[in-house]
Design a protein around this ligand. Structure first.
Ligand code: COA
Length: 250
């Protein structure tokens, strides 16, 4: 891999965007490597994924502006489709994906974090959707996922102004789950990931699907889906063993 570094610690996989000189901006090479890694993660024995950026300054400064400055609508559509392919894979993966936002998360960088399930940030993180300052709208799901996470008024404020917000402001609007010092962000994220990895990955995967589906369906349909998913959990050996252990302890 040229642009992404993959490290495994038992069942926790950490993916680091490794383009520090360009503040981890995501060119097509980055996106291609994400696709191939996530294709493997769908099948392998990993349980929790962490995504972060290399260096102390940026999670990712977004889509590659140098590349975009020279393309027309046809290539732009391909680039957007590739972006959506990556972010949809993250969202649909039946395993938790945590963004450790260690600095700038702008444009596509913010959209990458939005597609993750949990977002932890360092105190120096700055998030935003500055696309309109470049004459484009967000193109990797920003208008849709930001809307669903922070609501339409806040999404429009961020998208129309293109302003960068601090980790604290992002936390106050529910965009960031927790804030840590720059020094402890990764170790705290790994500790949290380990806790998730000890829980039932089947049950977490099905819960992720239910919450994601629930955002785009009516309450009655979401609740029905929950009932059947809950019943399916009773077909696993894992559930049988976890409950038996609890009962035997008593
Ligand atoms: N695409 C391509 N290259 C980028 C980039 C991006 N999105 N963001 C930063 N870079 C590059 C810079 O061109 C520079 O490269 P160089 O050293 O070869 O000139 C390098 O990363 C460092 O960035 P620089 O702008 O010098 O750092 P800074 O500390 O002065 O500013 C930012 C940091 C994040 C405020 C600034 O880089 C920025 O605004 N980036 C664009 C963010 C953005 O609009 N993203 C949305 C894209 S749709």
């Amino acid at each position: 891999m040229q642009y992404l570094k993959v490290e495994r610690d038992e069942e926790v996989v950490q993916i680091t965007i490794n383009r520090q000189d360009k503040l981890n901006a995501m060119n097509l090479g980055v996106m291609d490597e994400f696709i191939s890694i996530f294709d493997n993660l769908e099948k392998d024995s990993s349980k929790v994924i962490i995504i972060t950026g290399d260096g102390p300054k940026a999670f990712s400064a977004g889509a590659d502006i140098e590349y975009m400055s020279n393309i027309g609508p046809t290539e732009a559509e391909k680039y957007a489709l590739r972006g959506h392919e990556v972010l949809n894979k993250i969202e649909k993966l039946e395993k938790p994906v945590i963004a450790a936002v260690n600095g700038y998360a702008l444009g596509g960088g913010c959209e990458l974090a939005l597609a993750c399930d949990i977002r932890f940030a360092s105190h120096n993180a700055q998030l935003g959707q500055p696309e309109v300052t470049l004459g484009i709208c967000p193109g990797w799901g920003g208008t849709q996922r930001l809307l669903r996470i922070v609501g339409p008024a806040r999404a429009k404020d961020l998208i129309f102004s293109g302003r960068k917000i601090t980790a604290e402001e992002a936390f106050s609007m529910g965009l960031i789950n927790r804030i840590f010092s720059s020094d402890s962000l990764l170790s705290e994220t790994r500790t949290y990931a380990k806790i998730l990895s000890k829980n039932s990955n089947f049950a977490i995967g099905i819960s992720k699907m239910l919450v994601n589906r629930g955002m785009d369906t009516n309450l009655d349909t979401g609740l029905k889906l929950e009932i059947y998913s809950w019943a399916v959990c009773f077909s696993t050996k894992d559930r049988e063993e976890r409950m038996r252990k609890f009962v035997e302890k008593k």
